[in-house]
Design a protein around this ligand. Structure first.
Ligand SMILES: [Zn+2]
Ligand SMILES: [Zn+2]
Length: 341
């Protein structure tokens, strides 16, 4: 079988290896599709480093090949599944307190990290969730990013009747839009790119706002919300000005969620009295728990969230280098690798 290694920044290498052997407590799967997420792009770029060589990929759909004798699971051979490829130790304080997305041991060396850019993979039973056999496997690869959006929307306590501003209309911004709409939220999307705003509108956003002119941005959102402001704002773009603008349109007791991560550690551009007087809550959102992932599996399986218009292109795994470069170009939504082709 073939496996794609990142051996140093900007260098992907396809290696031939034997199909791994699962033990009695593991499940062997054949990967179908794997998405190229921001994490893979940053690893490729060298902006983020875990270790080398590493097999990237954490947004994978698959088919079950074999199930260990001692495994307790509802999946059987031939089932279509999605993989939750984050490590959770289940014993650290973060795991025990229900924040397993922040597991202290999730990136420790010596354990399986990521790995979806591989034709076969051995995983633990809790990492495998079944999806309907007629659900497209390429769309199933969106389970992981959707689960991160679900966590993010839970962090801002999104609920029916709320108005939420999603700042940034890239893949993750738009996936937030879809999930928020499915939850009964009124969604405003802001971006500086007119084409992306049009796409957001087409995908169901209630309102779209051009973020290029801060004053106009403020006026428009205040008009839309009848002078009240938005209940919460989720930042999915790395532009610091987006945070500045968002705080100005937050309603009292509003929640600001920094969903994106930054390469350059900027400071929060907010004066502290504003936070004090308005009881603003500022949070981040990182990854997902098992529960967020399970919610995403069901939301996709039930077709509450439809992702087909977020797939820009599918590359055969042999063209991984081109695929990652295309993903990095900034003009795409999700780029996927077909691991069988
Ligand atoms: Zn991802
Ligand atoms: Zn843990």
């Amino acid at each position: 079988m073939k496996k794609i290694y990142l051996t140093e920044p900007k260098r992907l290498e396809i290696r031939e290896e034997p199909i791994p052997e699962p033990n009695d407590f593991e499940v062997l799967v054949k990967i179908a599709f794997c998405g190229i997420c921001t994490l893979e792009q940053r690893l490729f770029d060298g902006e983020r480093k875990i270790y080398y060589p590493i097999v990237p990929g954490h947004e994978a759909s698959a088919v079950v090949v074999s199930v260990g004798k001692a495994v307790k699971t509802s999946v059987s051979v031939g089932d279509h599944v999605v993989l939750d490829l984050v490590n959770r130790c289940h014993v650290c304080p973060a795991c025990l307190s229900g924040n397993s997305n922040l597991c202290e041991n999730r990136f420790k060396k010596g354990q399986r990290v990521l790995g979806g850019f591989s034709q076969y993979m051995v995983v633990n039973p809790e990492q495998v969730q079944k999806i309907p056999s007629d659900f497209p496997l390429e769309h199933a690869a969106f389970t992981e990013p959707l689960s991160c959006c679900i966590r993010s929307l839970r962090k801002v306590k999104a609920s029916l009747g709320d108005t939420i501003l999603i700042s940034g209309a890239g893949t993750m911004g738009l996936l937030h839009v879809k999930a928020a709409l499915a939850m009964g939220v009124r969604v405003i999307v802001s971006d500086i790119d007119a084409v992306r705003l049009e796409d957001a509108k087409r995908m169901g956003a209630d309102e779209v706002v051009d973020a290029r002119n801060p004053e106009q941005f403020y006026e428009t959102i205040m008009t839309i919300t009848h002078g009240h402001g938005v209940d919460s704002c989720i930042i999915t773009t790395v532009a610091v000005s987006a945070v500045e603008s968002a705080v100005k349109v937050l309603a009292p007791a509003g929640i600001l969620n920094i969903y994106t991560s930054y390469g350059n550690k900027p400071s929060l551009p907010v004066d502290m009295n504003t936070i004090h007087r308005n009881e603003f809550v500022i949070t981040g959102s990182e990854g997902r728990t098992e529960s967020d992932f399970y919610t995403a599996v069901r939301a996709l399986s039930n077709r509450r969230v439809v992702v087909d218009d977020l797939v820009t292109r599918i590359y055969p795994m042999g063209q991984a280098q081109e695929a990652v470069e295309a993903a990095l170009s900034g003009s795409t939504y999700r780029v996927l690798l077909d691991m069988e082709a």
